[in-house]
Design a protein around this ligand. Structure first.
Ligand SMILES: [Zn+2]
Length: 574
């Protein structure tokens, strides 16, 4: 009897214990968010009242009353006060360190006075140690409202600049790239005091000129080759500047509501940097990285090692980037028919197509996704062909390949349905259409533009998802500009009326999906992010107005006011 009771009792005790635990384990929310439209991008409920999260995961999405049942006295309440929330946005194709270095260098593109440049430098000086360089670009005196009092040969002089930055050398490149502007500290480092002492007027450097004032002292402006007198002293990228650029890129992402980033082609040095950043807790955006296809040794090492899917969802490598043609502007995009504005020219294949097939086979065998850059219709076709051959060769390994074509800008009409047939994902940066469409028609002519350029709606209708993005630093990382381009097919100045090839516009729901769930799909991450669904990561973007309903004309005025990453508020507009 005694012996039979024991198992019964122990079962009872275990059962009671489990019951007790499950009750005390009622999952309470660490944060409750409500008070504004919340778009889930989840097919079952596209708009909800409230979201409850627990630490870095979504616990509940639905009505506020039910959400309240997850509340306890420790729950943080976040009232949106009418603001709009979406899943955290995913930059589907950009260059993270390019973004960081862009941030590191002063951007003077939008300055409209010499004083504005001085102010920007003065601001930057505050955060630097003496001796650290300030490098900027983009100023243009013709954009200034007025010229400063002191000019030489139509250019400003360095004195005001030198005053605000006495200890930090400064070099600011002209928007044209053909001149630069230095302060006294930079000229001192370059040993140009000597020129001043010599009092040489119009000091000539082979292929360039150092502008000097009436007394023979350099004014700070260096033309053409003379720029090297200064630029050779600017330190190359260092591990310190890499770290700084990385941190600035993270901040830029947060400011723009970007919580995940597909980094399109990184070398081994950058992998090492990201690993270091992650280990130091600085990886505060999720990076999905493609290995650069230019380094075959790197690829072979990774094929042997296998994919690296991060359990913390911060830094994942399972993809290879290939660059298969050039850009349209420089007529490098590889076309089936010659350029309309250069009839003897078809553009360039920048990588042997044999290598695309080889990489596709290696990708399938070793579990790596392949992401091939293709702008022109020929490049797109050749890549689809190579992908198809590889799928046919290894059909068993090709059932969830998620291979991508980056840009997929200009397609032959016969190739458009092949994306869906082959399950190849087009990763298309909508803002490129806004920037390029006005002149792209010169390169391609009307027929090719109408039948095959930026074919978003045709591709979506055929059943493939589109991964959106900006290709930063080619374009600013601003997702709102790309969203506007997606739904309006206008330039960012709002032309033409009705948009270019309006039948190819995305709907707002499609555009939001291309920046969230579809982008997540393009990285095998649709199970953990891209929609506001219980169990997924708590990454959200909050906007000051409802970009799903606001008048089209006002979309570009939308600001990101808050970014929540991994359950934490990482950015909040002042
Ligand atoms: Zn790119």
């Amino acid at each position: 009897m005694k012996f039979r009771l024991l198992p019964f009792l122990s079962t009872l005790i275990i059962s009671l214990f489990i019951l007790a635990c499950s009750d005390s384990k009622k999952e309470y929310a660490t944060m409750l968010i409500y008070g504004g439209p919340i778009y889930t991008v989840d097919s079952s409920a596209s708009k909800v009242e409230a979201v409850a999260i627990r630490n870095n995961k979504i616990l509940f999405a639905g009505n506020l009353e039910e959400a309240r049942t997850y509340e306890n006295d420790k729950t943080q309440n976040l009232d949106l006060k009418g603001k709009t929330m979406t899943p955290g946005l995913i930059e589907g194709h950009g260059h993270f360190m390019g973004l960081g270095y862009n941030e590191l260098n002063l951007d003077l593109m939008n300055t409209t006075s010499y004083q504005a440049i001085i102010d920007a430098v003065a601001e930057r000086v505050k955060n630097l140690e003496p001796g650290e360089w300030i490098v900027g670009r983009g100023w243009h005196q013709s954009k200034w409202d007025s010229m400063p009092a002191e000019t030489v040969h139509g250019f400003q002089t360095h004195h005001l600049l030198s005053e605000v930055s006495p200890e930090n050398p400064v070099y600011l490149k002209h928007a044209s790239g053909h001149a630069g502007f230095a302060n006294a500290k930079a000229m001192e480092i370059a040993g140009l005091q000597k020129i001043a002492l010599d009092g040489v007027k119009n000091y000539e450097v082979e292929g360039g000129e150092v502008l000097v004032d009436a007394s023979g002292k350099p004014t700070g402006v260096f033309n053409e080759r003379a720029q090297t007198l200064i630029t050779k002293h600017i330190p190359e990228k260092t591990s310190e500047s890499d770290i700084k650029a990385f941190e600035l890129a993270v901040e830029a992402c947060h400011r723009n509501g970007i919580t995940s980033f597909h980094d399109a082609g990184i070398p081994k040095e950058t992998i090492a940097l990201y690993e270091k950043m992650k280990s130091e807790g600085k990886m505060r955006t999720r990076i999905y990285a493609m290995l650069t296809g230019w380094d075959k040794e790197l690829l072979n090492n990774w094929y042997q090692k296998g994919i690296m899917v991060d359990d913390d969802h911060l830094f994942t490598i399972r993809s290879v980037k290939l660059n298969c043609d050039g850009a349209l502007g420089s007529r490098g995009a590889w076309l089936l028919e010659p350029y309309s504005d250069r009839p003897d020219h078809f553009g360039h294949e920048t990588l042997p197509m044999k290598f695309v097939k080889e990489t596709a086979l290696n990708g399938l065998k070793n579990g790596f996704q392949v992401c091939a850059h293709a702008i022109g219709d020929r490049a797109n076709r050749e890549i689809l062909d190579r992908y198809e051959m590889a799928f046919n060769e290894y059909p068993d390994m090709a059932n969830n390949h998620r291979f991508r074509i980056e840009h997929a800008q200009h397609l032959h009409p016969e190739d458009i349905p092949r994306f869906a047939e082959l399950n190849v994902i087009p990763a298309m940066q909508a803002v490129h259409m806004s920037s390029d469409r006005p002149w792209a028609i010169d390169r391609l002519g009307e027929k090719r533009i109408k039948e095959g350029a930026y074919m978003w709606q045709d591709l979506l209708q055929s059943g493939v998802p589109i991964v959106n993005g900006t290709d930063v630093p080619v374009e600013p990382v601003n997702p709102i500009a790309s969203f506007y381009a997606s739904v309006s097919r206008k330039t960012l100045k709002g032309i033409p009326e009705g948009g270019y090839e309006p039948e190819q516009k995305m709907t707002r729901a499609q555009a939001l999906k291309s920046y969230t769930l579809d982008a997540a799909y393009g990285a095998f991450e649709d199970d953990i992010k891209g929609s506001i669904t219980p169990g997924k990561l708590a990454d959200f973007t909050i906007f000051d107005q409802d970009l799903m309903t606001v008048d089209e004309k006002r979309i570009l005025d939308t600001s990101v006011v808050m970014t929540i990453f991994n359950g934490n508020i990482v950015y909040s507009q002042q």
